[in-house]
Write a protein that binds this ligand. Structure first.
Ligand SMILES: Cc1ncc(COP(=O)(O)O)c(C=O)c1O
Length: 438
């Protein structure tokens, strides 16, 4: 693991543990010139590169136009329109010259416009804006507690799933089903019960066994958890169960929202409506924003003073979000994401299906996971050396979240580099597509 913080050793000495040619430490020492981590708390094991500029699918560490990295992560599902998209840049620049912030003490026209737009796209009735996914989930959790108390439930329980990820605040880390995220932060927040993912029977039992269960908080795809895509019909079944038990269905679409799966929101693949919908990440293409949307009966539980956020829904973030949604709509990027996602899945299947260490390749739209049989953080390092940005989640799943503006030639490049790196990692001879058809 790379860490530049407070280490007595020169950083290249630490990195020599990685499998890479002997000349590479010099490259990474060079990258370090721009990195000064001494004053940053060590919450991330950062890769030894930083970027000065971006354009579309490319990120540039310096001034050179040749030295560039192909971004197959989009800042973790944030920059769906790629970097420095002209429509977002123009909207943000213009807004900077008009008005950045007034606070929620006053009306914010752009916030009203964005709320109406999101309600129209999602089928929800009202929005609360904040600045991140975790904060948006906090709002959902608070709504569930208000809902419980409105029904005289004294000790409300929210059902959450194993292997989930909902954020890093105390309530959302408690909701998260990954023990590593809990460690050291005990005591956790009471009122959460964990149920296996993609198991409608287990959810039915949990709802029946816990009369104080007032909500189910769940991701339609577990992305941090390793791109786990539930069985078709699972969400629809959850909807029926929640209706039967008068529990709220609260969907965390922080990562799956804003067109990434081929629809505005992932739940729309199943033709259902949640009671509460949480989104963030890709909503404003890099300007921080989070939104908790809800149907009227739930949204109306918030009253003046019951929740708030200084920066939430400020004019800058809302303007960026409106420009992002307009651009996705105008360029039909949802359909594009679906098409290119299917193309990438097919290409990866074709080239990796007979590689022993590859267990499964799965995805929906431009959320793609390649699961290997063993921990494979090294594949992300090999990709980085080959100027491709991917990451590994759940230890064994290589995650691709390329921007929705991806073109076919970029998709081919991503697949080509990734396949070569997986084969190198697996110690197999590198096969190119032409070899397969020979
Ligand atoms: C499904 C999901 N929920 C919540 C979060 C937390 O979002 P944020 O990091 O913006 O607080 C994430 C972040 O990865 C996420 O993927």
């Amino acid at each position: 693991m790379y860490s530049g913080q407070g280490s007595a050793l020169p950083s290249f000495a630490i990195r020599l543990n990685h499998r890479r040619p002997t000349w590479l430490p010099f490259l990474f020492v060079e990258c370090d010139k721009s990195m000064n981590n001494r004053h940053i708390m060590a919450t991330y094991a950062r890769k030894p590169v930083s970027f000065e500029r971006g354009e579309g699918v490319w990120l540039y560490p310096g001034k050179s136009r040749e030295d560039r990295y192909l971004d197959a992560l989009s800042g973790l599902a944030v920059c769906g329109l790629g970097h420095a998209h002209p429509a977002v840049s123009a909207a943000v620049s213009d807004q900077c010259t008009r008005l950045l912030h007034t606070s929620n003490l006053y009306g914010i026209t752009l916030q009203e416009e964005l709320a109406a737009r999101l309600c129209d796209l999602s089928g929800m009735d009202a929005a609360f804006f904040c600045n991140s996914g975790a904060e948006a989930n906090e709002a959902a959790i608070k709504l569930a507690r208000l809902y419980a108390h409105s029904r005289q439930v004294q000790h409300p329980v929210i059902l959450v799933t194993e292997n989930s990820f909902h954020g890093r605040t105390m309530a959302t880390l408690t909701a998260t089903g990954n023990p590593a995220v809990h460690t050291g932060y005990e005591p956790l927040v009471p009122g959460f019960i964990r149920v296996p993912y993609d198991d409608a029977d287990a959810m039915q039992t949990a709802l029946s066994d816990n009369p104080e269960a007032v909500a189910v908080l769940i991701e339609p795809i577990q992305c941090e958890g390793g791109i786990c895509i539930p069985t078709p019909g699972f969400l629809a079944e959850l909807r029926r169960l929640c209706d039967r038990h008068a529990a709220l269905l609260m969907l965390d679409e922080v990562q799956t929202g804003t067109g990434r799966t081929g629809k505005w929101f992932c739940f729309q693949h199943e033709g259902i409506l949640p009671d509460v919908l949480v989104t963030a990440k890709g909503l404003a293409n890099g300007v921080p924003i989070g939104a908790c949307l809800a149907r009227e009966s739930v949204a109306s539980l918030f009253t003046p003073g019951s929740h708030g956020s200084t920066f939430g829904g400020n004019p800058l973030a809302c303007r960026a979000a409106l420009a992002t949604l307009d651009t996705i709509e105008a360029n039909d990027l949802r359909a594009h994401a679906k098409r290119l996602g299917e193309y990438m899945l097919d290409s990866l299947q074709e080239r990796l299906s007979d590689v022993g260490c590859v267990q499964e390749i799965r995805g929906m739209g431009l959320i793609i996971g390649v699961e290997l049989a063993q921990p494979c953080g090294q594949v992300a390092d090999l990709c980085l050396e080959n100027k491709l940005l991917v990451n590994v989640t759940a230890e064994r799943v290589i995650r691709l979240l390329p921007p929705l503006i991806l073109e076919k030639m970029h998709a081919d490049q991503i697949v080509d580099i990734l396949v070569r790196c997986i084969l190198e990692f697996a110690g197999s001879p590198v096969k190119r597509p032409e070899d397969r058809h020979a």
